[in-house]
Design a protein. Structure first.
Length: 137
């Protein structure tokens, strides 16, 4: 039996969503994106969920979309849907990041951008998804 691509646990108000494609460094394919969207939507109305933690199984959290084939319109819709759901979620969303990481954080209309490579095996970085409203400019 194939393991699920997304694992979900709720403990003391913390919903942990674990990307479970370690052989692909947890790259997001359509099945994983759809499962993430479903869990994020369900968490919105679940009073037991106070915070959402994203993490990945294996040696890295996630490089982004699975690029083993050219993207289809559906691929892009799902991946963008996940990003929008995280940024606009009414509950705090944090990422437990490990492995080689390049992070970019945008606030507001994107005035601030930061990329920091992390050295292998030197701890974890927690970052909250920005929930700033887009600029009305």
């Amino acid at each position: 039996m194939m393991e699920p691509t997304l694992l979900s646990t709720l403990d003391n108000g913390v919903l942990t969503l674990t990307l479970n494609r370690p052989a692909k460094l947890n790259a997001i394919d359509n099945a994983l994106a759809a499962a993430l969207l479903e869990e994020l939507r369900a968490a919105t109305n679940n009073p037991e969920v106070r915070v959402i933690r994203l993490r990945g199984n294996g040696r890295a959290v996630c490089p982004g979309r699975d690029i083993s084939s050219p993207p289809t319109e559906r691929d892009l819709e799902l991946v963008q849907g996940v990003a929008i759901a995280i940024v606009r979620h009414p509950k705090p969303v944090v990422a437990a990041v490990h492995g080689w990481t390049v992070a970019e954080r945008r606030i507001g209309a994107g005035a601030e951008s930061l990329s920091i490579p992390q050295q292998r095996g030197h701890g974890r970085c927690l970052s909250a998804a920005s929930r700033a409203a887009p600029s009305a400019a």
